[in-house]
Design a protein around this ligand. Structure first.
Ligand SMILES: Nc1nc2c(c(=O)[nH]1)N[C@H]1C(S)=C(S)[C@@H](COP(=O)(O)OP(=O)(O)OC[C@H]3O[C@@H](n4cnc5c(=O)[nH]c(N)nc54)[C@H](O)[C@@H]3O)O[C@H]1N2
Ligand SMILES: Nc1nc2c(c(=O)[nH]1)N[C@H]1C(S)=C(S)[C@@H](COP(=O)(O)OP(=O)(O)OC[C@H]3O[C@@H](n4cnc5c(=O)[nH]c(N)nc54)[C@H](O)[C@@H]3O)O[C@H]1N2
Ligand SMILES: [Mo]
Length: 805
């Protein structure tokens, strides 16, 4: 028996037995035990910053001080049921609690906005000031003037959590009681995926097959997918198992040779933002070699060829005509065509196509990297075409091209809701700075306002909870700083955070929170293969006089006379108990055997170890629809998978688009502003550049921890040829400039990146020194321009020049 089959058997055997809570660990080297006579205590929590893994952390404290950090040792590690072991970030929690950047007391701004000059005030004064300003702004401008930027700092905490679109859930609840607030749609992570998914499959669920489904696959074909570092959905371990132990062939298309490729993947270097052109050529090869499953395509999809086109469509507007050069552009999408754009040799593209059609169960998966480009929606739609062309979706071992979205398939923060927002207008999350400056000019067709034809107010009050997106994680930091420092634009900025971040410096009132390790909470680790329900009963004594979001909003609710409606008669602890009961009820409904492992009594649960609910049904994308044999309907306008989207054609006809923007009705490569083919801008800014999510941080979080800065050195990656051309050497400093701004950053010369492209880890902390960002924040280089149809963030699309510093 192959090792792979053996492991599969043992994995499924353990899946049956391992609906066990807290199984015993199976290790030769016992972990250090608590010494006799010591005061050490243990508690668990889930690392709740947003890498989406929420790893269980075992905290050992002595008299309230963290002495050691451990992680998931509750079961034996295996493929199909891996441990969820925390990375260096989770394990550095001891440094994180004591960081010099911690906010410890409430403060008010005394210098000009953004100067970072604050003085300590009492909590009462802080509440009164916020109440007075919020009341005034609501009276003067109405509820549409209040906005919660999309943030992710506490997204996986039940009690300090954020709602779907990143507003602090308690703040949003209070605002909804006060008449609502300006909402937003989509988010920084995968706006392009959501838009593409919505147009193709009819919902914004945006999810693919669970990673463990790939165990049944014979080829993982991935693009911009780096789970070894990002572990999105907690799959780092599972991905490595599949490659190294299950022995599944893996191909990764990426401008960089990433850690995910280390154990034997084929690296296909590609120019950023050109995946759609690669997919067109793969489609060309599949179609011209008679490998397209046309019966499948015509049964389940619309728009593959002329036979399933809507009447409104022009002749030759179908996908097949486009690929074969019979559409409006008259270009055959041959491998040579794609080589010119992507930089991938035509011969390689032919081999990749053959691998794809020869695979019995190809698992096609895209990370979120390719989606964060100016043509992000098109990259995603194009990747989704590959399994559709082969008719290989909805079956074991297959995927629809999209990452499994465990955030949506599992509950978190359940039982606590912000309620309904009476304000119906929503803006694309990436357009908030526009809404500060010209909200009243923003309409459905100019800026993609949804829920209303236009906005009635500019943003005047920003409530920034657990988010560093004011200045650092949003685009064009210098522009953000300039707009926010003008007190006549946004009239009041409230920041509630744990650290003095770049965004916190722009607060009018700055409130300290408790960290995840310091509060009682409930975290749910939503790995693709198991769920850990983690009780957090903190034993840590905080250095901060921090107040939770629940408490802050309760004090504000009192001042508005809404205490009863807000708290609904429950204290913090009672909400936690309530949420646990709802969680338990949820699992009882879906996994009756599993739920019995969750103690009925809340206090018993809180005193125990994390409860592992294994063998969560792996989700096979589109399984139900395909099983319907062409009779089932999707929630798209046609009821079928929309390769041609009449709705997108309507957007193309009605949206006011700028130069370099296009909304095609079929998935295709489009040239964009600052893309590989923007030869005009390249005269001054010749290199493509993008930021990636590195293991050294979660966004900007953890940047301030010296352990991590030592373990992972931030630098801009450049190919040796480019380094020579631009006169920089390994370890030297460079000035990297885009049309928006300049950063100073160390250079890493490496053949691990395609020539003509520079890349740096995103999340470094913005630090202006005389007009140059010496902190090296990628967003000093990025643009505020949005994607064409979904209006998402195109933060990976940048052109730069490089000079020695
Ligand atoms: N150029 C570029 N920009 C990007 C990206 C990119 O790839 N490239 N990625 C984008 C993506 S995908 C995302 S999700 C965003 C993320 O952007 P953010 O959501 O801003 O994420 P962080 O930078 O981690 O900031 C989290 C904040 O929460 C605070 N925080 C942590 N714990 C707590 C707590 O317990 N209570 C409170 N009150 N605060 C807490 C932290 O101190 C920090 O200020 O960035 C986006 N920006
Ligand atoms: N360590 C760590 N883990 C994280 C996070 C973090 O900040 N740090 N953030 C979490 C969050 S909120 C999110 S949304 C996810 C983000 O996860 P992703 O968006 O998937 O992460 P990125 O690093 O932006 O992109 C993944 C890969 O795409 C490549 N790439 C960039 N542009 C292109 C392109 O045009 N084509 C192709 N083929 N590849 C391209 C990059 O080189 C990178 O290796 O990660 C989560 N996990
Ligand atoms: Mo994200």
């Amino acid at each position: 028996m192959q090792r792979r089959d053996f492991l599969k058997l043992s994995a499924s055997a353990s899946a049956v037995s391992c609906i066990t809570a807290c199984g015993s660990k199976d290790s030769d080297t016992p972990l250090p035990q608590i010494p006799e006579g010591s005061n050490e205590q243990v508690h668990w929590y889930g690392c709740s910053s947003n890498c989406t893994s929420i790893c269980p952390i075992k905290v050992i404290t002595e008299d309230g001080v963290v002495t050691r950090i451990e992680t998931d040792d509750l079961i034996e590690d295996s493929s199909g049921n891996p441990q969820h072991r925390a990375c260096l970030r989770g394990r550095s929690a001891r440094q994180k609690v004591l960081a010099a950047e911690r906010l410890t007391v409430p403060m008010k701004r005394v210098g000009p906005r953004g100067s970072g000059e604050f003085v300590e005030i009492s909590w009462e004064e802080a509440y009164d000031t916020i109440h007075a300003n919020l009341s005034r702004i609501l009276n003067e401008y109405g509820n549409e003037a209040v906005y919660f930027p999309n943030g992710s700092g506490t997204v996986f905490s039940t009690m300090s959590g954020q709602d779907w679109y990143g507003a602090g859930v308690w703040g949003a609840k209070l605002m909804n009681l006060l008449g609502g607030h300006l909402g937003s749609y989509y988010g920084y992570s995968y706006a392009g995926v959501m838009e593409a998914y919505y147009r193709t499959f009819g919902t914004v669920e945006a999810t693919g097959s669970s990673m463990s489904v790939a165990q049944e696959s014979d080829l993982i074909f991935s693009l911009g997918y780096n789970p070894a570092e990002t572990s999105t959905g907690g799959v780092a371990g599972q991905f490595q198992w599949q490659k190294a132990i299950d022995g599944i062939e893996t191909i990764v298309v990426d401008p960089r040779y990433t850690d995910s490729m280390l154990s034997g993947s084929q690296w296909v270097p590609i120019r950023p933002g050109t995946d759609a052109a690669l997919c067109e050529a793969l489609g060309y090869e599949i179609i011209t070699n008679d490998k397209a499953d046309e019966a499948f395509l015509n049964k389940y999809c619309v728009g593959y060829d002329a036979t399933t086109m809507p009447e409104t469509a022009d002749e030759g507007a179908d996908y097949k005509s486009h690929i074969l050069g019979l559409g409006p552009d008259g270009t055959e999408k041959t491998p040579e065509y794609a080589e010119r754009i992507t930089g991938i040799p035509a011969a390689t593209i032919r081999k990749l196509a053959e691998k794809l059609w020869s695979a019995e169960r190809p698992f096609v998966v895209m990370g979120y990297g390719p989606n964060r480009h100016a043509n992000g929606e098109q990259n995603v739609r194009s990747v989704m075409m590959l399994p559709l062309l082969l008719g290989k979706v909805g079956l074991p071992g297959t995927n629809n091209g999209v990452l499994a979205n465990t955030m949506y398939s599992l509950p978190w923060g359940i039982g606590i809701s912000s309620g309904e927002n009476p304000v119906k207008a929503t803006i694309p999350f990436y357009s908030w700075l526009d809404a500060v400056e010209r909200g009243i000019e923003m309409t459905a067709t100019s800026h993609g306002v949804r829920g209303a034809e236009k906005l009635n107010s500019n943003i005047k009050f920003i409530w920034n909870h657990a988010s560093n997106t004011l200045v650092n994680q949003h685009g064009d930091t210098y522009k953000c700083a300039e707009v926010l420092s003008d007190e006549s634009k946004v009239e009041f900025i409230l920041v509630h955070d744990i650290n003095m971040t770049s965004s916190a410096k722009f607060a009018d009132i700055l409130l300290p929170d408790l960290m995840d390790i310091e509060r009682d909470d409930l975290m749910i680790n939503s790995g693709a293969e198991s769920v850990l329900v983690i009780p957090a009963t903190s034993k840590v004594k905080s250095i901060a006089d921090g107040r939770s979001s629940f408490e802050v909003c309760l004090q504000l609710a009192k001042r508005f006379g809404l205490e009863t409606e807000y708290a609904e008669g429950r204290s913090y602890r009672e909400w936690l108990a309530y949420s646990y009961a709802v969680t338990r009820g949820f699992y009882a409904g879906y996994f009756p055997e599993t739920a019995t492992q969750l103690p009925e009594d809340f206090e018993t649960f809180m005193a125990g170890e994390p409860v592992r609910l294994s063998a969560v049904m792996p989700n096979i994308a589109l399984q139900q629809y395909i099983a319907g044999d062409g009779q089932a309907e999707l929630p798209t306008p046609s009821g079928k998978i929309e390769i041609y989207s009449a709705a997108m054609q309507e957007l193309a006809d009605s949206f006011e688009l700028e130069e370099g923007e296009e909304i095609p009705a079929i998935p295709k490569y489009v040239r964009t502003w600052e893309g590989y083919e923007d030869f005009e801008t390249k005269k001054d800014y010749p290199l493509q550049c993008f930021g990636f999510h590195s293991k050294g941080r979660t966004h900007s979080s953890y940047h301030n921890l010296s352990w991590l800065r030592t373990a992972y050195e931030d630098a801009i990656w450049m190919h040796p040829q480019d380094a020579d051309n631009y006169g920089v050497t390994d370890g030297s400093y460079a000035l990297v400039a885009s049309k928006r701004g300049t950063i100073k950053i160390k250079v890493k010369v490496t053949p691990r990146i395609i020539p003509g492209v520079a890349a740096l880890p995103q999340g470094m902390w913005f630090k202006d020194v005389n007009g140059v960002d010496e902190g090296g924040c990628i967003n000093t280089l990025t643009s505020l321009r949005t994607q064409a149809s979904g209006k998402g963030n195109a933060q990976h699309t940048i052109l730069v020049n490089v000079k020695p510093a």
